[in-house]
Design a protein around this ligand. Structure first.
Ligand code: TRP
Length: 336
């Protein structure tokens, strides 16, 4: 962490606890985070403040926030090596967000594709938080002076905006913020929906079988894989354009077993899709079994979880408040 001889580069990322974590979040994000722990100074948050841009049931939000933290740990993120915290526990995010709102243009926010998509989906609740969501995200990143931000493709535009805001602020007041870069890990897998393999696997598909959640029971996982959409061909072959369903299953199988696409093609050369789906399902069941069991243990240990998020928030706030003080001074607020 901070006291290492050579300052490590900082990483910040987060996931909204607005739904359960999916196999996509695990293979596409969290699994890679685990590998970054030694090389970087990492901050991972439960983005509960972002979650409320869409209406949440309070008890569910609270339960999912804690469960998400337990799942992070169960996936192998060590709280001793990574700073894990709940976004709303570090008030500097909201405070910096106000300041940065004044350096972000209405036009810029209007162009964000996620805002356009979400307003179309939530036509009855297009609130100001949904609109300024990217400014809070910029604050999450800039308040830690993060160098790298591991995100999926869909969040790259927000990181670009973060860079624009930081450059604008630095241009007016002198170097204040580190300019962050999106970080798409080399081994990062982009896991698609099992029902609509042209779209990313999303936690909003819990009802139609398109996603598998980390805490799903083996029977549910097997069912989802057996029902996975494929194609009318019979050959297990990697071709994202013409065979998105099979390619997605191969992708999943490949990250779990470390087998190349070619090896998988050979393994299933004379076997049907049914066999292949069963094999992928079983691999996922075995991958997630220890994660689910460990999560259940952690959730039962409230005192431990509390110690993790309290310590995390303390460490995070220390770094965040330094940036906030600097920003307040630069814009001309009187020191307390
Ligand atoms: N907006 C991100 C998502 O929906 C979550 C998020 C919030 C985030 N703040 C962040 C991701 C800061 C990276 C950095 O996936």
């Amino acid at each position: 962490m901070e006291n290492s001889a050579v300052q490590k580069k900082k990483i910040l990322s987060g996931i909204k606890p607005s739904g359960d974590l999916t196999l996509g979040s695990y293979l596409g994000a969290i699994k890679n985070w685990v590998e970054l722990s030694d090389e970087y100074d990492c901050f991972y948050m439960m983005a509960d403040m972002h979650a409320i841009t869409v209406r949440q049931t309070p008890a569910d939000l609270r339960r999912r926030t804690l469960s998400q933290l337990a799942q992070y740990i169960a996936c192998g993120l060590d709280p001793k090596k990574n700073t894990m915290f709940i976004q709303s526990h570090v008030s500097a995010h909201a405070e910096l967000s106000w300041v940065l709102n004044c350096y972000t243009m209405f036009g810029e926010l209007s162009r964000m594709t996620q805002f356009k998509d979400k307003s179309a989906k939530n036509a009855t609740n297009i609130n100001a938080g949904l609109f300024t969501y990217p400014v809070l995200m910029a604050s999450d990143i800039l308040v830690y002076q993060a160098d790298l931000v591991p995100v999926g493709e869909d969040q790259k535009q927000h990181v670009e905006l973060t860079r624009d805001i930081a450059n604008r602020f630095n241009g007016v007041y002198g170097d204040t913020f580190t300019i962050p870069e999106p970080f798409i890990p080399k081994t990062g897998a982009r896991i698609m929906s099992l029902q609509e393999p042209q779209n990313k696997m999303s936690k909003s598909e819990q009802d139609n079988g398109g996603c598998v959640c980390l805490l799903d029971k083996p029977e549910a996982i097997m069912k989802a894989f057996k029902r996975a959409v494929t194609d009318s061909d019979t050959c297990v072959r990697f071709d994202t354009k013409n065979k998105p369903g099979i390619s997605n299953l191969m992708q999943i199988y490949s990250v779990i077993t470390n087998k190349s696409f070619e090896q998988i093609e050979n393994e299933f050369a004379s076997r049907g899709y049914g066999d292949f789906k069963t094999a992928v399902g079983e691999a996922v069941v075995e991958l997630l079994r220890p994660v689910r069991e460990q999560t259940e243990k952690l959730i039962a240990d409230k005192a431990y979880l509390e110690s993790v998020y309290k310590e995390g928030a303390e460490r995070a706030a220390y770094v965040a408040n330094k940036t906030l003080r600097k920003v307040y001074k630069r814009v001309g607020f009187v020191a307390k």
